[in-house]
Design a protein. Sequence first.
Length: 338
Amino acid sequence: MIGARALRRWSGAARAFVRRRSRRGLVLLYHRVAGPRFDPMLLDVAPARFVEHLDVLRATAAVLPLGEFESLRRAGRLPPRAVAVTFDDGYADNLLAAAPRLQAAGVPATVFVTAGMVGGAGEFWWDDVERIAFAPRPLGGDAPALAQPWSAEASASEVDARWNVFAAPHTARQRLFLTLCGALGGLPSPERDRHVATLREWAGVSATARDSHRTLSRAELAMLAAVPGIAVGAHTMTHPRLSAQEPAVQRRELQESRETLEGWLGRPVPHVAYPFGTDADVSAATVRAARAAGFAAAFVNMPAPAWRWDDALRVPRLLVRDWDAATFESRLHAWWAA
């Protein structure tokens, strides 16, 4: 009879063997190809850095279209060092800056588009919060409730271009930025947008998007979808934190985004990426809503490789930052070894 300790050792060794023998791949998550500039959310990868990333991928990885990656992953037949490239949100620079570089490198990618922002005049709410919190003019003491407590400043904002959300805030404006992001993130989209409009008025910020932060137009979305090697996926209608919404709202956000994009593009949209995508942002109800909406695969934001046994509606993706080539390559090797 095998003792409990020996059984545990055998089970651990068996699991390690299975992990070594199983093929896993990496799904990379980008947002923007833009900059360098003030980027407190760390969403930008500079164009020159993005080209370096593509060179590294061509030299070290087997880059697959996302649909093929998923089919092979589920069958346990991913090639060694398999990678799929994705983008979230649907910024205009995905067409203007990312797509030409992807095409030149022969690297396929899927762009997950927030359908309700396509053709809109404004910016994503977190970009609005950036220009509200760091508005160049002094912010008055009559701040909206979400910005309280706030004391009127005697001088205009001073932006520390090196600061980002992972650093401790050391100015009132940085604290305001973090406060507003935390307060707005989980709200239903209509309520969130009303608060943002009030905050814009307080800060004297235009409702019209900066050219550097605008989203795709309908015509640009069609152009993006026509680029060889580029696929379009869904990213909800209004980019809410799904887990904080009622189940009916989650279902509507997911279903309408798929149907809207399919109607515009005239082709199936089988894949979705959950907004934000961490464990806190994706509940069991969210996964049920994605299944009910008819998605074949759904993607989260989790620092892990994608294994054969991962739930098709919770496929991990790895967030890529503005790294130089050496750092990017070392990250890839660490993820492949995980």
